[in-house]
Design a protein around this ligand. Structure first.
Ligand SMILES: [Zn+2]
Length: 238
């Protein structure tokens, strides 16, 4: 389906789960901005704080994480996110553990999103060199959505905290080799860029980034007859 209607986003609760602080800007921030315009409440859960994301040999993981959390919080403010939360797993070392799945289930049951955005773990882009954290986070999020967050007997310890089971309606997988939905992000493109540029520590040449990101969004849009677009593999769970 080309040029997705905004109906799924209208006044929806949306949760984006990403491995690293600047992942959503690369893949879905334009769509999130458009969703916010349609009345959606969007929250972001970051599994790592990107603590390996520095080429400074003097940098410590703790200092890099603190800086990148501040940048992600500012990026979220620019996009209009309701909340940016951090699980603080070590960058590059995310494993698909019960502890991670429990943390994801707790977040899904707390925020009760109708739509979840995360990495495509089944057909990740780029095919052979996708980041390991992206694949593991995407897989763990899909498993947390179905069946773990939905089934009340999963993670019974969460019941004691008052978190009731929750069924997510759809998952929008980004960074996918096999997209089936394109979103016109013309109205959200400048906010996507502004959010990405809030990640100052990851930006050596803002002008070049602006140029290459417009080219990329134009190229994705050309696949669907849209001016500027992001693409997703959408999985409906209803
Ligand atoms: Zn990443």
């Amino acid at each position: 389906m080309l040029g997705a209607p905004l109906a799924p986003f209208r006044n929806a609760s949306i949760l984006a789960v990403a491995a690293h602080p600047d992942d959503i800007e690369s893949w879905c921030a334009g769509t999130l901005a458009v969703a916010i315009d349609a009345g959606a409440t969007v929250r972001l859960l970051l599994v790592t704080s990107g603590d390996k994301g520095s080429r400074d040999p003097q940098a410590t993981p703790q200092a890099v994480a603190a800086m990148r959390e501040a940048e992600a919080t500012e990026a979220g403010r620019r996009l209009g996110l309701a909340e940016v939360a951090f699980l603080r797993y070590p960058d590059g070392e995310v494993e698909d553990t019960r502890e991670l799945r429990s943390a994801l289930v707790a977040s899904i049951r707390r925020w009760r999103p109708e739509v979840v955005f995360t990495h495509d773990p089944v057909h990740p882009y780029p095919r052979y060199t996708s980041h390991r954290d992206h694949r593991i986070v995407g897989r763990a999020v899909l498993d947390a959505i179905y069946p773990l967050a939905r089934d009340g007997l999963s993670f019974p310890e969460l019941r004691a905290t008052g978190l009731a089971p929750h069924a997510v309606g759809a998952v929008w997988l980004f960074a996918s080799e096999q997209p089936n939905r394109w979103v016109d992000i013309s109205a959200g493109f400048e906010r996507k860029l502004a959010a990405r540029l809030a990640h100052v520590s990851q930006t050596s040449d803002p002008a070049a980034l602006r140029h290459s990101w417009r080219q990329r969004a134009t190229g994705i849009g050309a696949q669907a007859g849209l001016p500027l677009a992001e693409a997703f593999a959408v999985v409906e769970l209803d």
